[in-house]
Design a protein around this ligand. Structure first.
Ligand SMILES: Cc1cc2nc3c(=O)[nH]c(=O)nc-3n(C[C@H](O)[C@H](O)[C@H](O)COP(=O)(O)O)c2cc1C
Length: 165
């Protein structure tokens, strides 16, 4: 059985939950998936593929996701890798493909990622923090689309079946 790591970087839990949804779909499709916080992962031994997800803050991927990819770049180059970002607090991610931000695109190239998806984000109305509470006044809501996440993860599981053959 293929063993996949789903590593995430999240401040307010929205991206962590997307990572769990990815893990659930992978398992449903017969892939062994482990969902872990990116910062807690020390080595990639034993994983046949890796999915890395990070929240977007101020136009950048979450620092923990960036550090994860940089720290493990050597190992990531040797296995299939997919990246996702979670951010837009509107319907845009469901309406069109949103390209990765520049830093993510660069990391994707560095490790030869097979794909990237941008999913909508979530911000609760009671978000704490100077900027977050201001943004929440305008854009609070949950724009994550669980079906779209599941569809994307199912595509990964299908590709992995080809890799395994
Ligand atoms: C201070 C702040 C800055 C943000 N900047 C961006 C951004 O640049 N691009 C974007 O798409 N979303 C941005 N967002 C939305 C977050 O990415 C979204 O709320 C996401 O779901 C947060 O993920 P988390 O719950 O895993 O931390 C921002 C949110 C906050 C609070």
């Amino acid at each position: 059985m293929m063993r996949v790591l789903v590593a995430y970087a999240s401040d307010r839990g929205g991206t962590a939950e997307i990572a769990e949804w990815v893990g659930t779909t992978l398992r449903r499709m017969g892939v062994e998936a482990e969902v872990r916080r990116a910062g807690e992962v020390t080595a990639l031994d034993g994983y046949d593929a890796v999915v890395v997800g990070g929240a977007l803050y101020a136009g950048r991927w979450h620092g923990e996701a960036r550090r994860f990819v940089r720290r493990h770049a050597g190992a990531l180059e040797r296995v299939p890798v997919w990246l996702f970002s979670s951010g837009p607090l509107d319907r845009s991610a469901g309406e069109r493909e949103i390209e990765p931000v520049r830093g993510v695109a660069k990391l994707a190239r560095r490790v030869g990622a097979r794909g990237h998806a941008t999913f909508g984000g979530r911000l609760t109305a009671d978000a704490e923090g100077f900027l977050a509470s201001r943004i929440a006044r305008q854009s609070a809501g949950d724009y994550r689309d669980r079906d779209r996440v599941a569809e994307w993860a199912a595509g990964i599981a299908r590709e992995l079946q080809h890799v395994a053959v």
